[in-house]
Structures are given as C-alpha cells and as structure tokens.
Design a protein around this ligand. Structure first.
Ligand code: BGC
Length: 417
C-alpha cells in the first residue's frame, strides 16, 4: 500500500514536473502600440516579463484605434491560432467571450483581489458570465485638449471654458499664422473628437442617452444636429493635409509648435512624455471645453484567449504582471493613461496624470463617467463602426449638412444594432 502510494506520488511529481518543464516561456501579444510613446510603454511590460523569465513574441498591427489590429485578430482566431493575449477595447472583449474563445483567469483574479481594486466600469467588460476573461491595463480618457505652451503664450491665449471660447482661441492661432487644430483625418480620430463635441454640446445626460443608451430621440435631436454643426466649425481650423494623417503625427505638430492644439485621448500625452516634454512648461492639458467634471473613457484590456495548457502559465504571468500596482504606475506614467486600479498612488504621475486620476475618481463617484463610443466602450463594434463611418463622411464632405448627418447616423446605428 505504502509502496503504491509512493509510486503514485512519484508519478504525480514526474507529471507535474514534466508539465512545468514543457511550459512555453513566452507571451505572444497582438497590439496596435506602434508609436514612440506606445512602444516605450510596452517596453515596461516586456521588461517586467523578462524578469520573470518570459520571452516576448510581438504581434504589432499598426493603426491607431485598433481597427486593423482587430481584423488581424479575427483572422488568427478563425484559424485557431490564438495569441496569449490581445489588446482589446470594451465590447470587443465581450464579443470574443460570447464566442467562447476566451480563457478564464478567475483563480488568479481571486487570489489577487482584482474585484476589489478594479473599478466596476471596467469589470463590466473584463468579466463575462462571472469569469475574468481580460486584464485591464489602464484607463484612457478622450475629452482632452493638448496645447503647445509656447504657441499659447505667443497668441496670448487662456484656457477655453466653453465651445465659443475654444473657437475664439482657434481664431487667435489662425490670425498668428499657426495651424489652429492638428487633426488626423482617419475615421476613428474624427469620431474620437466628436465624442467630446457631443458631450460639450449636449451635456453629460445627453451624451449618455445618445452614445451609451443609443436612445433614438437623442440621436435624432436638434442637439445632435448642433453637435455636427460644432464639428463642422472645428474642421475649418484644420490644415489642408489632414486626410489620412496618423494621430501621433498630429501630436508631433503640437509638440513642435506647428499647431496649437490637438483634441485626442491621453495616449497623446505618451508622445509628449517620449519627447521629454513637461506639462505646464512645454504643453498644457485641459478638458475639452464644456466637459469639465465628466470623463469619457476607454480602457485597454489584454483579452486572454483559451490557449493550450502549456501556454497558460505564461498567460497567468502576464495577467499578474499587468495588474501589479508597480506596473500600473510605471506603465501608465509612460502611456499617458491612468491606472486600472483605484489603489495606485499618483506620486509618480505628472500634473496631467494626477488630474486624470482625480477626474476619473470624481466622475466615477458623481455618475459622470461615460464610455467612449468611438473607442469601443459605448456600444458593440458594429455600432461603433457605423458611427465612425458617418462622422468621417461628414468631416470629408461626403455628407454635406448636419441634417443629413443626423439622418445617416440614426439609420446607420439602427442597421448595425
Ligand atoms: C488605445 C490606446 C492607443 C490609441 C492609439 C486607442 O484605441 O486605447 O492605447 O494608444 O488607440 O493607437
């Protein structure tokens, strides 16, 4: 009996050992972090995993906003070739989870108390059917202005508090011969800016009803029409070469002082950081005029696929590294975002990061934290894509009036629902 038991134990040990020995010590990650600031942020993760003995197998798919990356991911998943994890936004995580291809990190999440530290707004997208299927990396926010300080001083500008103030500021830049507004004419950038315009034009309740609840009356309202009019006004301040421009090149225009301002998510701050620029001295971060007190957010998540057993240990290592407090600080300082946990000190963050952390907390407490429709947190991908398409057609003149834009938006969203 004893002998049998011992043999059993020995066998179990051998198996356990051999299973461990065969673990693939590599993390394969699909992502769209290819700009200077993004690559610098990703290096923090690569470094942390290397310390744990994990190699990094990079699957980068360039294209801000991640549309191209999501097409590539779809093909990989269809071929049964799951990466360890993929960068994903909100509703996309839920779609893959519903398709039954995600792994289950609940055991790790429980052990590490993620449910206590990750805000509920994020858990809505990282937990599916009671199981943790994704590890939230950060919280980004889209309703920001990024302003070149020297240009601002030169034109004698002050923080714009209303949409009209903003227009007056853009006029000053124009009069001084500076490109007022740096924009990349790609649908996701235009729609990301329009998220802010809608919040500013209609206020928090309106934004929520229209872009999170998809309320028909709000979508077809005069306020939505006015939002398109305001967007059209902003587009008059863009330089003629904006079509197709990458977001980080638009940020570079502001960094260099070729343009006054960019309206963009706080990944733009990652570019200022990578260029060694300091808030208050080299650049200014203000909330999009008329949106103070509200935060339109998105969050990068590492969606965890149901990988074979020999790749699960690497996946757990990735998840643990991602949710660790030290990583959440170090990564987000470089990325421009704020931590996806509520218990990370803001000590290492610059002034814009500290503001971002405080704003997020206030918006979360006050019920003014809203998912970005352009960035995958307002509605499922089909609706978000329909939205981006209509906004872009309006910006590029294929849809000519705000009346027509509203009609097209309602129709496109209806068809996509
Ligand atoms: C992501 C950011 C990224 C940005 C530009 C957004 O969708 O959330 O992490 O930096 O796209 O690529």
């Amino acid at each position: 009996m004893l002998r049998k038991l011992l043999i059993g134990t020995a066998l179990a040990t051998t198996f356990a050992f051999s299973a461990h020995a065969e673990d693939v010590k590599e993390v394969q990650m699909l992502h769209w972090w290819t700009s200077g600031g993004e690559a610098a942020a990703l290096n923090v993760l690569k470094g942390d995993l290397a310390k744990e003995g994990y190699a990094w197998k990079d699957v980068p798919v360039a294209g801000g906003g991640g549309d191209a990356a999501m097409t590539a991911l779809k093909a990989m998943v269809a071929a049964g070739n799951y990466p360890t994890a993929s960068q994903m936004l909100g509703y996309t995580v839920l779609d893959y989870a519903a398709a039954g291809v995600m792994g289950d990190l609940t055991e790790t999440a429980k052990k590490e108390g993620w449910d206590k530290s990750v805000p509920a707004a994020l858990q809505k997208f990282s937990v599916y059917d009671g199981k943790w299927v994704a590890a939230p990396v950060n919280v980004h926010s889209v309703n920001w202005l990024w302003i070149n300080k020297a240009v601002m001083d030169k034109i004698g500008g002050a923080e714009p508090k209303t949409f009209d103030d903003f227009v007056a500021l853009l006029d000053k830049a124009k009069a001084a011969g500076v490109i007022p507004l740096a924009l990349g004419g790609q649908n996701w950038q235009e729609a990301t800016m329009f998220d802010s315009v809608v919040l500013s034009t209609g206020g928090p309740e309106f934004y929520k009803k229209a872009f999170n609840d998809l309320d028909d009356a709000s979508l077809k309202s005069d306020t939505m029409k006015k939002s398109f009019d305001n967007l059209a006004k902003l587009v008059t301040y863009v330089d003629p070469n904006f079509s197709g421009r990458d977001w980080n090149l638009a940020t570079a225009m502001v960094i260099k002082g070729d343009a006054l301002v960019q309206v963009m998510g706080d990944w733009a701050k990652g570019e200022f950081h990578a260029a060694n620029k300091t808030p208050g001295t080299d650049f200014l971060c203000y909330r999009f005029p008329g949106t103070d007190g509200s935060v339109i957010y998105n969050s990068d998540m590492f969606g965890m696929f149901n990988v074979p057993d020999d790749r699960k240990a690497a996946q757990v290592a990735l998840a643990t590294a991602t949710l660790s407090k030290s990583f959440q600080s170090a990564f987000n300082v470089v990325k421009g975002s704020v931590p996806a946990r509520t218990d990370v000190p803001d000590t290492d963050f610059d002034a814009c990061g500290k503001k971002g952390i405080a704003d997020l907390k206030a918006a979360n407490d006050g019920g003014t934290l809203f998912g970005s429709l352009a960035q995958g947190y307002g509605a499922p991908p089909a609706v978000a894509n329909a939205y981006k398409d209509v906004v872009s057609k309006f910006v590029h003149g294929q849809i000519k009036t705000s009346d027509e834009a509203v009609t097209e938006l309602v129709k496109a969203i209806d068809d996509a629902k």
